[in-house]
Design a protein around this ligand. Sequence first.
Ligand code: CO8
Length: 254
Amino acid sequence: MRLKIERIGRVVKVRLHRPEVLNALDTELMTELVEALAPLDRDPGVGCFVITGSERAFAAGADITEMAGKSAAEMVAEDYFSGWEAFAALRTPKLAAVSGYALGGGCELAMMCDLIIAADNARFGQPEITLGVIPGIGGTQRLTRLVGKAKAMDMILTGRLIGADEAERIGLVSRVVPAEYLLTEAMEVAEQIAGYGKLAAMAARDCVDRALETGLADGIRYERRVFHSLFATEDQREGMRAFLEKRAASFTGK
Ligand code: CO8
């Protein structure tokens, strides 16, 4: 098993576990991750995923040993790494808790999550250029959308690693915390998100992602339709009634 999965209340914590290769992401890990999370994604009792690695490495990239000997024909035939799209498409909010290296596919995996909380020892990078290739799991696209052309080009063309503070400054990560508090903070944030109505949380992340893919007018129209649709939920009734009755809301995900 390449993962350690723990369900804590409404939060599912997934620890990448290939310590001997700094959590390098191979096909087996990708398949295990997607197969484990797909049913939980549909479970209304699960409100947030936390993806984490070890203190030393979130993930040091795609598995170079697995890739190195492949031919272009094999890459095409296998549609190598297309399976990661299934991870990105999970609708339950996903939080990456990053300590140590998040390089190449590791940085791309973190960017597939909705929030990144970084330990102060985290280092992000897209060093594929040093291997004679380019990012292949969305790095050129997501990084550019998240941090803009100047920083994306800098990281992708030079392979330079950046620290947690720079990552926060350029908008790659949501929060930076001392390494010893990383999981405490990540779990608190995940529990907070999981405590809200799951339909609203899924709708919110969907609309924010839409902003990266579409023009403003279409995005605003999309948001408004999704907003309207939430008035078909019990959670909307409960949330607004609870406010008016000056009590805490109790969401059911219906
Ligand atoms: N793949 C396989 N093995 C790895 C990887 C990796 N990405 N990263 C580290 N390892 C292994 C090392 O080979 C080493 O194994 P061993 O003990 O058997 O020699 C072990 O993990 C520990 O690593 P180091 O001894 O190198 O540890 P250091 O602390 O000296 O260095 C680094 C840590 C800086 C993280 C270093 O290991 C490193 O540079 N790793 C590679 C980082 C990298 O280039 N990542 C990008 C990979 S390519 C990618 O992710 C995108 C490809 C997209 C393909 C898309 C196809 C469609």
